[in-house]
Design a protein around this ligand. Structure first.
Ligand code: ASP
Length: 328
C-alpha cells in the first residue's frame, strides 16, 4: 500500500466526521453492497470519495442541482494537497509538467470535457463551462487554457507541489521511459449520482498517469471511456490505466450492458472481463469501474484487489471495498 493511501486510511479511521445532511461518517469498509431504490445517492471512487461525497451532498441539499453537486464534490479532490493523482498538485508528466483531464455529463446527453490542460486549478469547472458555454464537447491543450482565461479562470503558477517535486526528483533518477503502472499509482476521482427525481449526472477529474509522455490524454476526459451517463439507463465511471479503459470504451460499455438488462454489478464485471482479454501485461494494469442504474442499484469491480468507493445516501457516507477479477 502506498504511503499516501496508508495516510488517508489512517486519517479517515482516526476521525469521525459529521457531514451536513448525512449521519456520522463511517470510514471503514462495510459489507453494504447495494442501495437499491435509494435516492438520492452519490458514489465516487477511492478514499478521497468520502470528503468529495460530503461536499457533493451538501451542495445537493443547498441548490437541489445534481450538476452543481457532482462539480462541487470533485472540486474538493482537485484541491487535496495529499492527492498526487488529481489537480495541479498531481504528479507531472516526464517533462515535469502537470497536465489535467476532466469531464462532466448529465443524463440528457449534455457533456463537456477538457484534456491536457495546464495551470487551471479546477478543470471540472472548465469542463462544465465547455458544456454550457460552447457548441463543443471537448477542448484540449492551449485552446482549453485560452478558453479558461477568456472565462475568467485564474491561471496558476506552473510549479510542482512540494510532494510532487520530491516524487518527480526520485523518478528522474531512473527516468524509465515506459509509464510505471501498478495498482497503486492512479487515483482519479470519478463521481456519479442519482437525484430524488431520478435524474443522473457524473464527473471525473485527474492529473492522469504519473510520468506520462507529454501530450498523453487518458480515459477521464473521454465521454464513454472515463464517464458515461444516460437518464434512460444509468451511469458509469472509471479509474485506472486510461489506455486499457479507452480500448474497451469502458463506461459506455457498462451503460449499454445495463440497457440490455444486466445489473450494474454484472455490467462492471463484464467490462473488466473484456478489459482483461484486450490488454497485455494485465498483471501490471489496475482499472476499476463504478456504476449505478436508474433504480439506485450500485455495482463496482476492478481488475486487481484494492479498489474501493464511497457511497453517500440519506443514511450515511461509507467506504466500500469492491471485488476484483484477480484475487489477493
Ligand atoms: N484514469 C487515469 C488516466 O489514465 C488515471 C487514474 O485513474 O489515476 O489518466
Amino acid at each position: 500500500m502506498s504511503q499516501r493511501r496508508k495516510f488517508i486510511k489512517q486519517s479517515l479511521l482516526g476521525s469521525a466526521l459529521l457531514i451536513p445532511g448525512l449521519s456520522t461518517l463511517e470510514a471503514q469498509a462495510t459489507p453494504v453492497k447495494k442501495a437499491a431504490g435509494t435516492k438520492p445517492i452519490i458514489l465516487s471512487t477511492w478514499n478521497h470519495g468520502i470528503p468529495a461525497n460530503a461536499d457533493a451532498w451538501a451542495k445537493l441539499k443547498e441548490t437541489g442541482s445534481l450538476l452543481d453537486a457532482v462539480e462541487a464534490g470533485v472540486r474538493n479532490t482537485e484541491l487535496d494537497l495529499e492527492n498526487l493523482s488529481v489537480g495541479l498538485q498531481g504528479l507531472p508528466d516526464r517533462e515535469g509538467i502537470t497536465t489535467l483531464d476532466a469531464s462532466i455529463m448529465l443524463g440528457d446527453g449534455s457533456c463537456g470535457s477538457v484534456a491536457f490542460v495546464r495551470q487551471v486549478k479546477h478543470p471540472i469547472s472548465l469542463a462544465r463551462a465547455v458544456m454550457e458555454k460552447t457548441p463543443h464537447v471537448m477542448l484540449a491543450g492551449e485552446g482549453a487554457r485560452q478558453f479558461a482565461i477568456a472565462q475568467g479562470f485564474p491561471m496558476e503558477k506552473e510549479k510542482l507541489s512540494p510532494k510532487a517535486q520530491v516524487e518527480y526528483d526520485k523518478w528522474k533518477v531512473t527516468s524509465q521511459y515506459k509509464p510505471i503502472i501498478n495498482v497503486e499509482n492512479h487515483d482519479t476521482i470519478g463521481m456519479i449520482g442519482l437525484d430524488a427525481s431520478g435524474k443522473l449526472a457524473g464527473s471525473c477529474t485527474t492529473s492522469g498517469l504519473a510520468y506520462k509522455m507529454h501530450g498523453r490524454i487518458g480515459d477521464s476526459p473521454i465521454i464513454g471511456a472515463g464517464l458515461f451517463v444516460d437518464d434512460e439507463v444509468g451511469a458509469a465511471t472509471a479509474t485506472g490505466l486510461g489506455e486499457s479503459i479507452i480500448r474497451i470504451c469502458g463506461s459506455f460499455l457498462i451503460v449499454e450492458l445495463m440497457r440490455q438488462g444486466r445489473s450494474p454489478q454484472a455490467a462492471c464485471e463484464e467490462a473488466v472481463r473484456r478489459l482483461v482479454a484486450k490488454n497485455k501485461n494485465i498483471k501490471d494494469i489496475q482499472a476499476g469501474f463504478l456504476a449505478i442504474n436508474k433504480d439506485g442499484e450500485v455495482g463496482a469491480y476492478a481488475v486487481h484487489p484494492g479498489f474501493n468507493y464511497a457511497q453517500a445516501t440519506e443514511s450515511g457516507n461509507v467506504l466500500i471495498d469492491a471485488a476484483s477479477h484477480f484475487k489477493a
